[in-house]
Design a protein around this ligand. Structure first.
Ligand SMILES: C[S@@+](CC[C@H](N)C(=O)[O-])C[C@H]1O[C@@H](n2cnc3c(N)ncnc32)[C@H](O)[C@@H]1O
Ligand code: SF4
Length: 350
């Protein structure tokens, strides 16, 4: 469901823009419609008030909690059921963050990502994206939303842009605290700077070698790492927020000294930082994470060259690992299987 459909229902009942905003603010911020100074019946048209019980029922059905899996780091993975019974994952992150899903499955098919093994099953509507935030806010404070759950946001741009606008306005989240994470897509680079709410950008780079990137991210748009960094730099300068590069560390694949030299060449002097995320083991995908020592060494090498680098575990690693695994397990437990796909192993030499 799209947010626009909710707005249309309100408008059909006679709501003006200010009424729409008030209803959406109450929903997204989990607050009542009455304010200290004015009661709802003093400003909302009667037909709108009459619509509210049915609308609330619809909104509550958009995202329901199927199960919660707390991690040791203060995070918690939520398996969220959508109105049609499909499930996606949201992750409550330490320090008031939330990671949301934008698609059920994903067409990019990254070899190391569980979500990519399913292919795309369906888009997540803008109202369903915002509903994940509302669900999380019923459990904890949320002041930062990262679009790093299941799915590729640039393959669902209309819904994601609509959700970003709502989160950055009526839901009261700071624009730089909305983080759009992508493998890089020209449509996203065009659209993001035009929106009224400009999110921060995370670019999933993973390697500086164009050929290896094509193997690891088989259906990502063909943009060479050099050009991707140029596009990212332009966006960073436009918005004033640094680009957060993401690099899933795969032992023997993208953790070589040569890659580090490549990152230094690409990112030196850029308004950027590097997040190394050691691979989160997915059974059967055939990759391994490097040792923590090796990972720290890589981050240290970037630091020495003046590039800000962070080494971090993806949140909730102790509770069913990486993105898409909770859903995969729940799907398997339901007796259905993920679409089988032969593992395409890539040459260690890259
Ligand atoms: C799940 S994706 C969603 C957003 C977007 N599709 C993207 O790739 O940036 C978010 C991040 O999770 C990372 N990721 C996926 N599977 C992983 C795994 N098994 N271990 C560690 N990181 C993983 C991806 O590399 C990506 O940087
Ligand atoms: S890492 Fe991102 S783009 Fe790649 S398959 Fe997973 S969700 Fe899709």
């Amino acid at each position: 469901m799209r947010l626009e459909e909710i707005r249309q229902q309100l408008r059909a009942a006679g709501a003006k823009t200010c009424h729409e905003e008030r209803v959406l603010r109450a929903w997204t911020q989990n607050v009542g419609l009455d304010t200290r100074h004015r009661k709802a019946e003093d400003f909302l048209p009667r037909a709108v008030r009459q619509l509210l019980p049915a609308l609330t029922g619809q909104l509550d059905g958009l995202a329901r909690l199927r199960s919660e899996h707390p991690g040791e780091d203060g995070s918690a993975r939520l398996l969220v059921e959508l109105a049609d019974g499909q499930t996606v994952e949201s992750v409550l992150l330490p320090r008031d963050g939330l990671c949301v899903s934008t698609q059920v499955g994903c067409a990019v098919g990254c070899l190391f990502c569980m979500t990519g093994q399913e292919g795309l099953l369906r888009q997540v509507g803008s109202a369903e994206i915002v509903a994940q935030v509302v669900l999380a806010r019923r459990r904890r404070k949320v002041t930062r939303v990262v679009f790093m759950g299941m799915g590729e946001p640039s393959h669902n741009l209309d819904n994601v842009m609509e959700a970003i606008e709502t989160l950055g306005t009526v839901a009261g989240i700071g624009h730089k605290n909305l983080v759009f994470s992508t493998v890089g897509d020209r449509r996203a680079f065009e659209r993001l700077p035009q929106g009224p709410v400009k999110p921060a950008l995370a670019l999933s780079l993973h390697t500086t070698k164009a050929e290896l990137r094509t193997k690891l991210l088989p259906k990502a748009p063909r943009i060479d790492p050099d050009e991707l960094v140029d596009l990212g730099e332009h966006y960073a300068r436009t918005t004033g927020y640094p680009i957060q590069y993401q690099w899933t560390l795969l032992a023997g694949i993208n953790d070589s000294d040569e890659e580090i030299e490549g990152i230094i060449r690409l990112l030196k002097g850029k308004y950027a930082m590097m997040n190394f995320i050691p691979y989160n083991s997915n059974e059967g995908l055939g990759f391994e994470r490097p040792s923590w020592e090796r990972a720290s060494q890589l981050a240290g090498r970037l630091h020495q060259s003046g590039i800000l680098a962070r080494l971090r575990n993806s949140a909730g690693q102790d509770v069913d690992g990486g993105c898409g695994q909770l859903r995969a397990r729940a799907t398997a437990a339901d007796g259905t299987t993920l679409r089988e796909k032969p593992l395409k192993r890539i040459a260690r030499a890259g």
